[in-house]
Design a protein around this ligand. Structure first.
Ligand code: NAD
Length: 373
């Protein structure tokens, strides 16, 4: 099986799907690896390193697509790249099937086997392939550095000859993979950290990182008992809690996502208006519409004196480590799907069922089919 690695073409994308280290592993397994010239350069990997790892270099993308039976990418293929994919070949990338079901349909039409890195089932066995978690780890870390850089204050407590400087207050909304990494990073920089998530089970993890978990105090007897009323009351209390803690914070990092849906709006304009004028919000949900009402995806804006950043691709800004993590995840998946050197799909296997979206011109992935209806 020839594995092809083209250079990423999406504007601003610096990552590469395979590092020399990962290429070496695949070559040792008997795969032939073909890498487009300078594919890894923006991430910090040279052509010489790929060659030393046993990969061959291709002069251009057309050569890669022309010879590979499995293409490894980070970003979904562009229209032109879809055209270059030959029928009967396969591609692994972040295909975002729930957001872009038409792309999946197009790949099926072209008889390309579409394998998605964003539908790896969240089971223990699949953790080494979970690239979404890897990228969330990178984004959570980087978000805090962006905020620290923007904030006109120190993060840590400082005892100086000029007096004691109080530590910055950081609020993290959403304590999934990205949120927990943001908490850990903010703590390492010495900030006082609070976090909120709708899943109370994360309380222990938040506290083990040295942050305070904010809890809703719901008095059910005041609510009446109907499910919708409870939900509405819950939402109102959640918004009140977030508002009260945002107005006290120096930095707010938001990471709340609901898979395949618009991100929930957690910070309203009236909250931003009452926040400290030098505060910073980093909205990691910008791509899915943002957790802050005033976020402009891809932009940094200042509203009521508050800096609101809506970065769209933080993993690309840490391309070296992000590529290393992605390459390890993707290599583990390749080894899983091609244990004897060729792709063989065992649809009894939960991981295979989760990731293989199309096969022989058909869309197999039920959630994608549902989106297309
Ligand atoms: P995510 O990126 O989809 O969402 C981020 C967080 O936002 C979640 O914790 C979610 O509960 C929270 N959120 C959603 N709506 C919210 C709201 N209105 N207010 C506040 N918070 C809100 O999630 P993720 O980081 O990809 O993963 C979520 C969980 O899944 C993690 O706790 C993780 O432990 C688990 N997970 C398990 C595996 C595995 O077992 N293989 C792999 C990855 C993640």
């Amino acid at each position: 099986l020839t594995i092809g690695v083209p250079r990423e073409t999406m504007p601003g994308e610096r990552r590469v799907a395979l590092t020399p280290e990962a290429a070496k592993k695949l070559v040792a397994r008997g795969f032939s690896v073909l890498v487009e010239r300078e594919a890894g350069l923006a991430a910090g990997f040279t052509d010489e390193e790929y060659e030393a790892a046993g990969a061959r270099l291709a002069p251009d993308a057309a050569t890669v697509y022309g010879s590979a039976s499995l293409v490894l990418k980070v970003q979904r293929p562009s229209e032109h790249e879809v055209e270059m994919l030959r029928p009967g070949t396969a591609i692994i990338a972040f295909l975002q099937p729930l957001i872009r079901p038409e792309l999946v349909a197009r790949l099926a039409e072209r008889k390309v086997t579409a394998i998605s890195m964003d539908t790896i089932p969240r089971i223990t066995r699949a953790q080494p392939m979970d690239a979404l978690s890897s990228m969330s780890t990178v984004a959570g870390y980087k978000a805090v550095l962006l905020a620290a850089n923007e904030l006109p204050k120190f993060f840590p407590l400082m005892m100086t000859a000029a007096g004691t400087i109080r530590p910055a207050k950081v609020l993290v909304l959403g304590a999934g993979v990205a949120g927990l990494q943001a908490i850990a990073t903010a703590r390492r920089l010495g900030a006082v950290v609070e976090a909120f998530d709708t899943r109370p089970v994360v309380k222990e993890q938040v506290e083990s990182l040295g942050a305070k978990f904010l809890e809703l105090e719901i008095k059910t007897e005041e609510v009446g008992g109907y499910a919708t009323e409870l939900a509405e009351e819950h939402l109102r209390l959640e918004q009140e809690l977030i508002h009260n803690h945002c107005v006290e914070a120096d930095v707010v990092i938001t990471t709340a996502l609901v898979p395949g849906r618009r991100a929930p709006v957690l910070i309203r304009e009236e909250t931003v208006r009452e926040m400290r004028p030098r505060a910073v919000i980093v909205d990691l949900a910008a791509e899915m519409g943002g957790n802050c009402e005033l976020t402009e995806p891809g932009e940094t804006v200042v509203r009521y004196g508050v800096t609101i950043m809506g970065p769209l691709n933080l993993p690309s800004e840490m391309a070296y480590t992000a590529s290393q993590m992605y390459a390890r995840n993707v290599t583990t998946l390749v080894e899983h799907l091609a244990p004897r050197g060729e792709l063989v799909f065992d649809f009894e296997d939960e991981i295979t069922r989760g990731v293989v979206l199309t096969r022989d011109g058909e869309i197999l992935h039920e959630p994608t089919l549902a989106r297309l209806k």
